[in-house]
Design a protein. Structure first.
Length: 457
C-alpha cells in the first residue's frame, strides 16, 4: 500500500482560505539532499535458511509545517511551534512510477499530558489540515512531489480535530491548558488507496469511518457506523457500517486499508472493540476486518482476525492492549498482507478471505454475550477466524525503523516500509520548551526497502 516551496517562503498569516485548493507541486531545493544510508540486516531464517535485509533507506528532510500547510491553504497555520512535516507514514500506496508513492498524514501533531488523574489530548497546531502527499524515494532522501489538502464540500479544511463531545477526547492547546472546539468535519486519516478513476479512499479513526475523496481532496462521502449520528458535517455522512463498530476504542478505529483487484475495499480495525466493555476489549486478541463494495457502497463481509500473543509480536511485552493492525496490502485474488505490530515491533502475515469466514449479520456481529472479543478459543465457540501465515518478522531485520504504518509490495520479494514519526513529537509537558517551541524527538520519517528471502505469497 501506501506522499516545497523553498523552506523560507512561509506565507503570512491570513484568515482567507482557498475555496478551491488544487494539487500543489512543491519544488525541491538542493539544500534538502541527504546521503544514502544502506543497511545490511542480520535476520532470523525466514524459509530455507535465508534472511531478509534492508537494501536502501531514504529520509524526509526538515520541512517547516507552516510552510507546507500554508502553501496548500494560505493562513491555515499561523504558528507551527517549530514542528516539521511528519506523520506521512500513516500509509503507503504505489504511484504510477517506480519509487513514487502516495502517502497520507494523520490528524497532525498531537500528544497527551497528564493533568491530575486525566490525560488530556493536545493539538499544538490545531489549524493543520490532513493531506495526501506524493513522494519519491531518490537515493537517501524522500522528495515531496505534490500534496493535496483534504477539504469539505465548500472547500474548507476538514482539520484533524475530534468530532463529538462525549465520544471523542476533548482537544486542548499544546500545554493542555485550554480546550479547543470540536469539529464534525475533522478526520484522523490513516489507510489510503487510489482508485482507478483517480479518486482516493481513506480510513479514519474517529468514526471509525471510510472516506471517499476526489482527486483534488474534496470529501465526497464519509461512511460511518449505524447510529453514530454525526451532525453538522459539511459533506455527506452515510451510516452504512455495522453498529457494533461504535464500540471502537478511542484512537484505535480503522487504520489499514486495501484495494482488491475486483475493486472491493478491505479495512482493518486497529485494535479489538470494547465489546461488551472496556476490560474485554483491552484483554482481547481478536479484531475485525470489513469488506466494502465501492459499486454498491455497502459492507459485504466481515471477518475475525486473531493476533498472536503480544510477547510473540514484541518479545518482553506483556500488555495485550499494545497489539494493533496498521497496514493491509492486497496480494491478488482474495489474499492480503496484514501487519501486526506494537510501537516497537512488527510482523507481516498472509491471510485469505474465505467465504466461510464471513461473520457479517451473525451473532458475532453484535454485542450478544459471549462476544467475539470475549472468546479465548474462537474455534471451540464456533466462531470462524481467518487463517494466517507468517511472511516476515521485521523485528529481526536490522535497519527497519519503529512504528511502521505504511507497507507496500514493490515486487514478488521486495517490501517498501514507511514509519510514522509522530511529527517529531513526544508525550508529556517536556515536549515543548518554556517558549512553546517543540523539543524534537529526533525520530525521522524513513522509507526502507526490504528484500525478502522468498516470494511474497
Amino acid at each position: 500500500m501506501s506522499s516545497l516551496k523553498p523552506l523560507k517562503s512561509v506565507s503570512s498569516p491570513s484568515s482567507r482560505l482557498l475555496r478551491r485548493p488544487a494539487v500543489v507541486v512543491l519544488p525541491l531545493t538542493s539544500a534538502l539532499a541527504l546521503s544514502v544510508v544502506v543497511g545490511t540486516a542480520e535476520a532470523e531464517p525466514a524459509r530455507h535458511g535465508s534472511v531478509a535485509r534492508v537494501v536502501s533507506t531514504s529520509t524526509l528532510p526538515d520541512i517547516p509545517l507552516a510552510a507546507f500547510s500554508n502553501s496548500l491553504l494560505p493562513g491555515s497555520v499561523d504558528d507551527d511551534r517549530d514542528v516539521d512535516l511528519g506523520g506521512i507514514g500513516s500509509d503507503l500506496y504505489p504511484a504510477e512510477r517506480r519509487n513514487e508513492y502516495w502517502t497520507v498524514t494523520d490528524r497532525g501533531p498531537n500528544g497527551q499530558i497528564a493533568v491530575g488523574k486525566d490525560k488530556r489530548r493536545t493539538f499544538p497546531v490545531p489549524g493543520f489540515d490532513p493531506a495526501i502527499v506524493k513522494v519519491r524515494a531518490v537515493g537517501g532522501r524522500v522528495q515531496v512531489l505534490s500534496s493535496i489538502p483534504l477539504t469539505t464540500a465548500s472547500g474548507a479544511p476538514v482539520t484533524g480535530l475530534p468530532n463529538q463531545p462525549g465520544r471523542d477526547e476533548i482537544p486542548y492547546t499544546y500545554d493542555a491548558s485550554t480546550p479547543l472546539p470540536y469539529n464534525p468535519n475533522g478526520l484522523d486519516t490513516e489507510g489510503l488507496v487510489r482508485d482507478r478513476d483517480g479518486s482516493f479512499w481513506l480510513v479514519d479513526e474517529y468514526g471509525p469511518s471510510l472516506v471517499h475523496v476526489s482527486a483534488k481532496g474534496r470529501v465526497l462521502a464519509r461512511h460511518v457506523p449505524e447510529g453514530l449520528r454525526l451532525a453538522g458535517a459539511d459533506y455527506p455522512v452515510i451510516e452504512s457500517l455495522p453498529s457494533v463498530f461504535l464500540k471502537r476504542k478511542i484512537n484505535r478505529g480503522f487504520e489499514g486499508l486495501a484495494l482488491l483487484p475486483g475493486g472491493d475495499l478491505v479495512m482493518a480495525l486497529q485494535s479489538p472493540l470494547l465489546n461488551p466493555d472496556k476490560a474485554s476489549g483491552e484483554d482481547s486478541r481478536t479484531t475485525r476486518l470489513l469488506r466494502f463494495s465501492t459499486r454498491t457502497n455497502r459492507v459485504t463481509a466481515e471477518y475475525a482476525y486473531r493476533f498472536d500473543p503480544v510477547g510473540v509480536v514484541e518479545p518482553g511485552q506483556t500488555k495485550t492492549s499494545e497489539l494493533k493492525i496498521s497496514a493491509l496490502v492486497a496480494l491478488g485474488g482474495d489474499r492480503l498482507l496484514v501487519q501486526e505490530r506494537t510501537d516497537k515491533s512488527s510482523r507481516l502475515y498472509e491471510v485469505r478471505l474465505r467465504r466461510g469466514s464471513d461473520i457479517l449479520g451473525s451473532t458475532w456481529d453484535t454485542s450478544a454475550a459471549p462476544t467475539l472479543e470475549q472468546l479465548d478459543d474462537e474455534a471451540a465457540a464456533g466462531a470462524p477466524v481467518l487463517g494466517k501465515r507468517l511472511v516476515v518478522d521485521l523485528n529481526t531485520v536490522e535497519g527497519v525503523p519503529g512504528k511502521i504504518e505504511g507497507v507496500a509490495v514493490e515486487d514478488s520479494s521486495t517490501l517498501v516500509l514507511l514509519n510514522d514519526n509522530d511529527f517529531g513529537k513526544t508525550d508529556g509537558p517536556e515536549a515543548f520548551d518554556a517558549n512553546g517551541r517543540l523539543v524534537d524527538s529526533g525520530v525521522e520519517t524513513t522509507l526502507v526497502r526490504v528484500r525478502l528471502a522468498h516470494r511474497v505469497g
